[in-house]
Design a protein around this ligand. Structure first.
Ligand code: GLC
Length: 715
């Protein structure tokens, strides 16, 4: 399609319409021909929607085909709609939440999951998914931890690339969908963990930590980017010209569509950044925002702004061209329905191959935190009690797209599937509501079940709906009811295992000394129960590692491993006049990168191919890792680097590489990482991204707490 020629024949009104995105509910009139619901709230007319550019949140292939068909009849230029959807961790077959995917430290399984959801959603008519979400997060109170791959820039960047590649492929198949990476930028740094809250930080911190994963997604070829709700240093992202134009477009070369988050244009008034929606339209257009999601600032004001000479038509043309280019790239002018296929959509949904991928991912994401030789449980156990509020609840996780809890394997079902002729009983023990106080009747019922059982599986933590958008929590400890339940059950049955479901780090300090074994299952998705059972009975081994620090106390939050040393580091407990607390240590309960296995591993001290390097050189650092246990297993060998002295203070260590390694019992393997200037570079005081001469501590370790280092000098 010659889109420049198409642009020339479009009226101003039709151009402006291309910049508007309304949900599918807005596009379907009721039997009286009236627009209802959100369309009414936005005071939309049929004329307003006739030429709009894109839609979001539609039901399935059939509805997509019906909406597109009607649209092609209405649009005088026959410009197809772009269909966008929140396919965050699956479409019909739901795999673990992103935070869990971060815990897998396995880009291959992450890519495989994204690929699966691209296939399913493309058949459902999706052209663009509002994913991956790559917002770095350090504050476990934030509800959207569950959508992020955690606290580290490097791990988030690796997973961002894997997801973009998984979704998009080469965009030459109708099973490929476009990735719209979000939320640009630094949405996860909301003050006090409150969603949508203020973000205020130095450009140094922004570039060193918060922008990395978006850049990785852009470099991987993400076809769109979504600006975030929050302000950055006093300017809301969607109107932030420095962020969207200077950094994203001019510095990174991103020449594709930028979309707002839901009604974020209009919210510029709430921010106190624009006095009315006309000013919102001007500010967003000047920042080069292309698509306005679910508000009408562009629709209602661009014409008058143009007539007043406050904007140029070229600005509108640039936005329209970026949108038409994407439609052309997807071949929509030739086939507006692209991959939409109701029969294929139905056939792929929850098919055995996809369930197997979801199950494998859930196995790989789980992190074993403690095991006092309780796990794995014996499959010949005759009597198992599954206890806790989430025993029979489908743990899909928030943003489940078209996944259904009813199609989700619960723990009780997974345990019954795994055991042939065992008695499996269940007791809720409590209801799982936040801050719930103990109900003695429920506790006693659970204690009775535990007393009669050979083994107990406790299912505790957060329900899927207790994290996610607009679900930040001030208190991330377990409820008094869950704490009492765990203590009373473990008191009567020593053979008790805890499964923690959560969309964020939870403070486990109240129970960690009581439970003999506990692992984080996160929110594992469709195959939750089967994967939990696979792990508990030892059919698979644990291989996950924490992508976020688990605090010892709520008051430590935000807590993360790659903090600065400060001028008064607390090097030994109770050292006064140092950076810390008088009532708790600085150390977390479980650190970034931590996780156990059914076997054990040892790693040698790191060895450098040379201890000095010049700019332009590369050095190899190696270590030997050995499986010192009795069963095969995987561990994650992690490369951390510390820049000891620099023109800006540098973190005590930073992840710069990792490799997951499979080892048979007794087997050992040398793992090596290349170190070049890139691994040593940072945003210096002179504003360049480069390495500065000096000494660096190099760690090759099995989690972020290692003190075993070797020193490299960059000359
Ligand atoms: C929401 C979310 C965003 C999502 C969008 C469309 O408010 O912030 O992540 O993609 O609206 O549903």
């Amino acid at each position: 399609m010659d889109i420049k020629k198409l642009l020339q024949k479009m009226t101003l009104e039709q151009k402006i319409a291309q910049l508007c995105q309304f949900s599918a509910r807005c596009l379907v009139a009721d039997e009286t021909g009236e627009l209802t619901g959100p369309a009414k709230d936005l005071n939309l007319s049929m004329k307003d929607i006739a030429c709009c550019g894109s839609t979001l949140t539609f039901a399935d292939a059939n509805s997509m085909i019906a909406i597109q068909k009607k649209h092609m009849e209405l649009d005088p230029n026959k410009i197809p709609l772009l269909f966008m959807h929140d396919v965050i961790h699956g479409y019909r077959t739901i795999y673990p939440i992103q935070l869990a995917l971060g815990a897998s430290w396995d880009a291959d399984i992450v890519k495989k999951c994204s690929r699966m959801s691209a296939r399913e959603s493309a058949a459902g008519g999706v052209h663009v998914t509002f994913a991956p979400m790559v917002d770095l997060v350090r504050d476990a109170r934030w509800g959207r931890c569950m959508e992020s791959c955690g606290e580290d820039p490097y791990l988030n960047s690796v997973m961002a690339r894997a997801q973009v590649e998984g979704y998009q492929g080469n965009l030459d198949s109708d099973e490929d969908i476009c990735a719209c990476v979000k939320h640009f930028a630094a949405y996860g740094a909301a003050e006090s963990g409150k969603d949508y809250n203020t973000v205020d930080m130095s450009e140094y911190n922004l570039r060193e930590n918060y922008l990395c994963a978006y850049k990785s997604a852009v470099e991987a070829g993400a076809q769109m980017i979504m600006a975030s709700f929050n302000t950055i240093n006093g300017v809301p992202s969607i109107a932030n010209k420095w962020l969207l134009k200077d950094v994203l477009r001019d510095e990174w070369g991103f020449d594709k569509p930028i979309i707002s988050d839901y009604s974020a244009f209009a919210e510029l008034v709430n921010h106190g950044y624009c006095s009315n929606e006309k000013e919102c339209a001007k500010a967003a257009l000047d920042a080069t925002a292309d698509i306005e999601m679910m508000s009408v600032c562009y629709l209602r004001n661009l014409t008058s702004l143009l007539e007043e000479g406050r904007i140029k038509e070229e600005q509108i043309d640039e936005c329209v061209l970026r949108i038409l280019e994407l439609k052309d790239k997807l071949g929509l002018f030739e086939n507006p329905y692209r991959g939409a296929n109701p029969e294929k959509e139905k056939a792929l949904a929850l098919c055995p191959e996809h369930r197997a991928i979801a199950r494998e991912a859930a196995q790989k994401c789980a992190v074993l935190l403690k095991n006092d030789n309780i796990l794995p449980l014996n499959k010949n156990t005759k009597n198992i009690a599954v206890i806790g509020p989430w025993s029979d609840v489908g743990m899909l996780g928030e943003w489940p797209a078209h996944g259904e809890p009813s199609e989700t394997v619960t723990v009780i079902e997974g345990v019954k599937n795994a055991l042939n002729n065992a008695s499996v009983t269940m007791a809720k023990g409590c209801n799982g509501v936040l801050n719930e106080l103990p109900d003695d009747e429920l506790i006693n019922e659970a204690v009775c079940a535990a007393e009669k059982a050979d083994a107990v599986i406790l299912c505790i933590g957060e329900h899927s709906k207790q994290s996610g958008e607009a679900h930040s929590r001030a208190d991330i400890t377990l409820s008094p009811a869950q704490i009492k339940l765990v203590k009373e059950v473990c008191a009567v049955n020593k053979n008790s295992v805890c499964v923690l479901f959560c969309g964020r780090p939870i403070v486990l300090t109240d129970i960690i000394d009581t439970v003999p074994a506990i692992f984080v299952a996160w929110q594992p998705g469709t195959e939750a129960g089967n994967a939990v059972a696979d792990l508990i009975f030892g059919d698979v081994n644990f291989e996950g590692r924490l992508p976020m620090t688990f605090p010892l106390h709520l008051g430590q939050v935000p807590i993360y491993y790659n903090q600065m040393n400060t001028g008064r580091p607390k090097l030994v407990p109770n050292q006064i006049f140092t950076s810390g607390y008088i009532d708790y240590p600085n150390d977390p309960l479980f650190p970034f990168g931590y996780g156990l296995s059914y076997t054990s591993f040892e790693i040698s001290s790191p060895v450098l191919s040379k201890t000095q390097m010049n700019k332009g050189d590369k050095v190899v650092v190696s270590a030997r890792v050995k499986n010192t246990g009795a069963v095969a297993g995987k561990t994650v060998v992690q490369l951390y680097i510390r820049d000891l002295f620099a023109s800006r203070t540098r973190p005590v260590k930073e992840l710069k590489g990792f490799e997951k390694v499979y080892l048979e019992p007794g087997e050992e393997k040398e793992v090596s990482f290349e170190i070049t200037e890139k691994e040593l570079a940072f945003h210096t005081a002179s504003g360049k991204f480069e390495a500065e001469a000096g000494d660096f501590h190099i760690f090759v370790a099995l989690d972020s707490t290692s003190k075993d280092l070797v020193t490299l000098t960059l000359k």
